[in-house]
Design a binder for this molecule. Structure first.
Ligand code: NAD
Length: 432
């Protein structure tokens, strides 16, 4: 099949490459000329495990091409995936300007029947508005069908999530579109992964509802964490005990330094906006956001209990990306933590296995190290923000030697209190 991805970001590039890898001819189109020029030279715009190799292979076999030319992108394929960003606007609601600008481009260049598949996360009802935008922008009337195909990939596991998804959700209202999408996902359906066809609005709603539920679970545990700290109890064990209940399950129950990334924060706020716009109370979701934002600010006060005056002190920070296996720093907790440290007059020395380049565009005055050990050298304490696997089995006798004082504030509860105490550290986690 001939498929175009409009927007070659995390979603468009990874999904497009995976679709090319299944034998389709895929055009990845983006308005960002530097991104497309880089991709044409084999440079990846972000880090995703296994993606670079897959892009190289499919480019070599001529199934994957890149362009900034909207006409070529629209007219070259029968199926067009919308994968542009839908960031939070100033009021927290989803800003749909990229979606509508892509829709206008489609309308302008559409030359025969197309299936337009919205993969961007958008508020319920957006497919209708996109349909209208495309129709209004048409120079020659053409037929087309809209599909809502929300994306559930996790950065760091994007290829696996494409190949073995928990589910594929397809909102359709046109038999031709249903047939085309069945063909697109045929090879994945063959492995037994469920495909759920719904109406378009239900599909749009499923995406926001899923992310809002996951964020709610995290904030729920982060609400309990300070209570455990005050009255006793270990939130990690509380989560384990809760998770053993089949009705609850163990995932997304980790208290920590709060969720970040390009999805949970903005999707919680966007669903809040949709609820309120329709006259409903979004109290639960507002609380989820408030708990999360305040959780990001809890590590530095914990450090200040151990090092009251941070002025002139140097603090090591492990982990900058919003989660492991990605260099994405959108709404990362590390941004809040490092800015707080700098506001207290502390110097920061940071390490992240892959996010350094991105971090350099965000922070001023941060020193970077190449290993976790080197980060600690000459620092007065260590703060852990991202739970990279690289941090799990380190030699803490080296960490202790490198630090001026053996103080660790761990925002991800990676280690056990007893072990760290035995290793000679003052160790503070979250909710324990
Ligand atoms: P991104 O910012 O990485 O990529 C979006 C791309 O769209 C950018 O490269 C941008 O230049 C391009 N773009 C903007 N306007 C354009 C236009 N008119 N024509 C062509 N290209 C245009 O965003 P992303 O992380 O890939 O997210 C895309 C959508 O998918 C969002 O709605 C997001 O919520 C959703 N989503 C993201 C993830 C994730 O893990 N990143 C997971 C699930 C869903």
């Amino acid at each position: 099949m001939n498929i175009t991805m409009i927007g070659a970001g995390y979603v468009g590039l990874t999904t497009g490459t995976c679709l090319a890898n299944l034998g389709n001819n895929v055009i990845c189109m983006d308005v960002d000329q530097a991104k497309i020029a880089g991709l044409e030279k084999g440079e990846m715009p972000f880090f995703e495990p296994g993606l670079k190799e897959m892009v190289e292979q499919n480019v070599k076999e001529k199934r994957l091409t890149f362009t900034t030319d909207m006409q070529k992108a629209v007219q070259g394929s029968e199926i067009l995936f919308l994968c542009v960003g839908t960031p939070s606007g100033p009021d927290g609601k989803a800003d749909l300007k990229y979606v509508f600008s892509a829709a206008e481009g489609i309308g302008k260049h559409i030359n025969n029947f197309k299936v337009i598949v919205d993969k961007s996360t958008v508020p319920v009802g957006t497919a209708d508005s996109v349909k209208q935008k495309i129709t209004e922008s048409m120079e020659n009337k053409q037929e087309f069908a809209m599909v809502s195909n929300p994306e559930f990939l996790r950065e760091g596991f994007a290829i696996t999530d494409f190949t073995i998804p928990d589910r594929i959700v397809l909102g359709v209202d046109d038999e031709r579109a249903k047939e085309a999408m069945t063909k697109v996902y045929k090879s994945i359906a063959r492995t037994g992964r469920p495909i759920m066809f719904t109406d378009i609005k239900t599909a749009e709603m499923i995406k926001y509802a899923s992310n809002a539920m996951l964020a709610t679970r995290i904030s729920f545990m982060n609400m309990l964490a300070p209570l455990c700290e005050k009255v006793g109890g270990d939130v990690k064990l509380v989560a384990k005990g809760m998770g053993l209940d089949n009705r609850i399950g163990p995932r997304f129950l980790q208290a920590g330094v709060g969720y970040g990334g390009s999805c949970f924060p903005k999707d919680v706020r966007a669903l809040t906006g949709t609820l309120e716009e329709n006259g409903f109370d979004a109290g639960i979701l507002k609380a989820v956001d408030v708990v999360n934002e305040s959780q990001k600010r809890t590590l530095v006060p914990k450090l200040k209990k151990l090092v009251p005056d941070l002025k002139g002190k140097k603090i090591a920070v492990w982990g900058l990306a919003f989660k492991p296996r990605t260099d994405d720093m959108r709404e990362a907790a590390s941004i809040t933590v490092i800015k707080q440290l700098q506001a207290e007059g502390a110097k920061v020395k940071a390490f992240d296995p892959v996010a350094r380049k991105v971090a350099e565009t965000i922070f001023d005055g941060v020193e970077y190290a190449f290993t976790p050990y080197e980060t600690c050298e000459g620092c007065d304490a260590l703060i852990i923000v991202t739970e990279w696997d690289e941090f799990r089995n380190l030699d803490f006798s080296i960490v202790k030697k490198m630090l001026n004082s053996p103080i660790i504030v761990d925002g991800r509860n990676i280690y056990e209190h007893d072990e760290m105490k035995e290793a000679g550290f003052t160790y503070v986690g979250v909710g324990r």
